[in-house]
Design a protein around this ligand. Structure first.
Ligand code: TXA
Ligand code: MG
Length: 313
């Protein structure tokens, strides 16, 4: 059931049920983060392996204290600069966070989303929300309430409709192993902006892994059903040479689409997952060809998702 009323979502969450949560990045599948049974329902609904920890969403900075301890200075600075917004911080956890949320790790991932409905809902609840992206494990993330409905209607009490996600790729994840900032997932906040804020020129990244505790980092993820071919940025085959920036085409280029509507990288990111879903439904041709984005800023997050979506084991 797709709804507009925050109070209905609030009531379902208080009962331990699952709710489709709009955020500025992608839609989440939310449950009371302090209720291990409710959180278990998330894993079940997504068919998500239990070794894959969840992000805890907060509506107030004051909630940080009950979730995390020993915040590095860099983490405080990033929270102050980018929250609410598409940034997740991995921090040492408190005992209050259930093991099922962190998959037993000594750290917890936390973010304050910027979507007004998400904030309103979070601020109306006496607990934070654990929420992964609202898609079956390994599939393309949802960027509209309808996407959530298409795949998880049976599993949720309701889906709060917040319109199409404005950012369109998941949050950037930053951890602090040994106190040093490390990029764990490329996402909505460009790495350049994080480097600028921290005054550190080349923050190391640990992005690719078959390690169970780091799954947005799995080599194959965000995968649509059809195969994807990636073209180097700027290298368009002759027959689509006149198309716009980041063209999509399948088969003989007859159903090509431009990812960005206005030529901006923001528009390309916002449309990425819904275009992947739509092309998946398009019967033409076994492969969808996609031109990579320029490898900087948000373009790096787009290219990261394309590579994982294209990967076949
Ligand atoms: O934008 C987003 O972050 C969205 C919206 C709904 O907030 N959420 C999202 O959640 O993308 P999910 O579960 O699809 O991805 C969360 C990622 C996973 O790759 C998980 O491994 C990582 O966060 N993660 C969570 N806790 C972690 C921890 N303690 N240490 C390292 N990675 C962690
Ligand atoms: Mg996900």
């Amino acid at each position: 059931m797709i709804i507009q009323d925050v109070a209905v979502a609030q009531e379902a969450l208080e009962k331990g049920q699952l709710v489709g949560l709009p955020t500025e990045t992608v839609y989440g599948l939310a449950a009371n983060a302090f209720d291990p049974l409710a959180v278990a329902r998330i894993f079940e609904a997504k068919q998500r392996p239990s070794f894959d920890p969840l992000i805890v969403h907060i509506g107030h900075l004051s909630q940080l204290d009950e979730l995390a301890t020993d915040l590095p200075l860099g983490a405080q600075l990033l929270a102050k600069t980018f929250w609410p917004g598409p940034l997740t911080l991995v921090l040492p956890r408190t005992q209050k966070v259930p093991d099922i949320v962190t998959a037993g790790l000594p750290t917890v991932a936390i973010r304050m989303p910027a979507h007004p409905l998400a904030l309103k809902l979070l601020q109306s609840l006496p607990f934070p929300l654990a929420a992964p992206s609202a898609n079956p494990f390994g599939y393309v993330s949802p960027t509209t309430a309808q996407h959530v409905h298409d795949q998880l209607a049976e599993q949720v009490a309701c889906i709060l409709d917040g319109g199409a996600c404005s950012v369109g790729v998941e949050s950037t994840i930053v951890g602090f192993p040994d106190g040093q900032p490390t990029i764990l997932r490329l996402g909505g906040v460009p790495v350049e902006a994080i480097e600028f804020t921290l005054g550190i020129p080349n923050i190391p990244a640990q992005l690719s892994s078959s390690q169970p505790h780091a799954p947005g980092q799995l080599v194959s993820h965000y995968a649509p059903k059809r195969r994807i071919g990636i073209l180097a940025h700027g290298s368009k085959p002759a027959h689509i040479a006149s198309s716009e920036w980041i063209p999509f085409f399948s088969d003989a280029a007859y159903s090509m689409q431009s990812l960005s509507l206005d030529g901006s990288i923001e528009s390309a990111a916002a449309r990425l997952f819904s275009v992947l879903r739509r092309l998946d439904d398009d019967p033409k041709g076994p492969i969808m060809w996609i031109e990579a984005a320029p490898d900087k800023g948000l373009g790096r997050a787009i290219n990261d998702r394309l590579q994982r979506a294209a990967h076949r084991a």
